[in-house]
Design a protein around this ligand. Structure first.
Ligand code: SF4
Length: 380
């Protein structure tokens, strides 16, 4: 298929792997330990497993799966809050499909729906707004999730609701921001990362400048990366090249999509509607300062947390669940004690097994992929 096949070319993949191998052979760190590169985005994690990229790389490169899957990092307490809203008799609770199966401490939204709550799957916040228009006698709440990638569409929907005077629409806001989270990872005492593959979709909105501190203050290279196999391999090669040349910069591999300065109109809408929260709870990572947003006071009437009472409890993950350790890169998904037994995509115990961008779901689904399927005969 045009525009996709050229980013999956096996011949070019082999050439990139050879170049990466040559840089690995010259890197003194690789003689002592594997180089750890974190792919920040869940979309990268999915592609890495889908195309067997980990197996293609020299074993001196270890990919660490980062926190960039918004469904995966949603803490149990926020799922419980969503379920509490959904069980409100007059509320139509709208959500993206993958959030429906994330386990809460009592039940998931899917289970709440099975028990009679009016939970509906939508593809965008505008779909939720349309429901509010069609059901003026009901309250419609949109479960807003995601990083800066999805924030603009929520912001624009709130502005549209305001313009139309639709007061039966509200947002349960769980939008999160990537930069404070990367800083928290870099400040962690266990931090052993050597470089980053930056998130392509988030960067499309925020541009490349916000990552400059990672190169400047922490001395780690970051390459904003696309999601196709050649994008990821080229980005890994670009990080390795920086390390080889003693450079430390923010580079943009995904130039066909990510403008250097981001999307000014999207950022303006986000700035107008949202303000930073003092802190936000992340599954597995704990509370991170200024890592989430809420609606500004001017839009309080569209804020489900101010319009309705939500329990707002902090709920610890089940004891057997090791999502936090996977999210921090301390263990691989298959090393979790319940991987593939008590926790499967059909019966997820942790959130990393729910979304297609979750590391556990990706390993479960693609873990046994044969390299021949990826590169054909004669792979390196
Ligand atoms: S296997 Fe399940 S419980 Fe274990 S880390 Fe993965 S999602 Fe979490």
């Amino acid at each position: 298929m045009k525009y996709v096949d050229e980013f999956r070319d096996p011949h070019k993949a082999r050439l990139l792997i050879q170049r990466i191998e040559a840089l690995v052979a010259r890197n003194p760190v690789c003689r002592r330990r594997p180089l750890q590169l974190m792919e920040v985005c869940g979309g990268h994690t999915h592609s890495i497993f889908k195309y067997g990229i980990e197996q293609l790389l020299p074993r001196e490169i270890e990919l660490v799966h980062g926190p960039g899957c918004p469904v995966c990092v949603l803490p149990m307490g926020r799922v419980d809050d969503g379920v509490a809203l959904a069980e409100h008799p007059n509320i139509i609770f709208t959500t993206f499909g993958d959030a429906m199966r994330v386990p809460g401490s009592r039940k998931s939204l899917m289970q709440a729906k099975a028990e009679g709550a009016d939970v509906r799957m939508v593809y965008s916040p505008m779909d939720a707004l349309a429901l509010a228009r069609d059901h003026p006698d009901r309250e419609v709440v949109f479960f807003a999730l995601g990083f800066e990638t999805t924030m603009p569409s929520t912001a624009l929907t709130v502005l549209r609701a305001e313009a139309e005077g639709l007061d039966n629409f509200a947002v349960f806001c769980n939008h999160i921001t990537i930069i404070p989270t990367l800083k928290a990872i870099l400040d962690s005492p266990e931090m052993t990362l050597d470089g980053f593959l930056g998130p392509g979709h988030v960067s499309m909105v925020i541009g490349n400048a916000p990552y400059a501190f990672i190169a400047r203050h922490y001395g780690k290279p970051l390459v904003v990366s696309g999601f196709e196999p050649l994008d990821i391999l080229q980005s890994i090669w670009m990080v390795m090249k920086q390390l080889d040349e003693g450079r430390c910069e923010v580079q943009n591999q995904y130039q066909r999509v990510v403008p250097e300065a981001g999307n000014a109109a999207a950022l303006q809408a986000v700035q107008r509607v949202f303000q930073l929260r003092e802190f936000f709870e992340w599954r597995g990572l704990g509370s991170i300062d200024h890592s989430g947003v809420r609606l500004r006071d001017a839009y309080a009437r569209f804020d489900a947390e101010r319009k309705y009472s939500v329990p707002n409890l902090r709920i610890a993950d089940p004891k057997a669940c090791q999502c936090g350790e996977v999210l921090k890169g301390a263990i691989k998904p298959s090393q979790c004690k319940v991987f593939g037994t008590a926790c499967t995509p059909e019966t997820p115990l942790g959130s990393l097994m729910v979304s297609s961008e979750g590391a556990c779901a990706a390993v479960y689904r693609y873990g046994r992929l044969d390299l021949v399927d990826v590169l054909g005969e004669g792979q390196p």
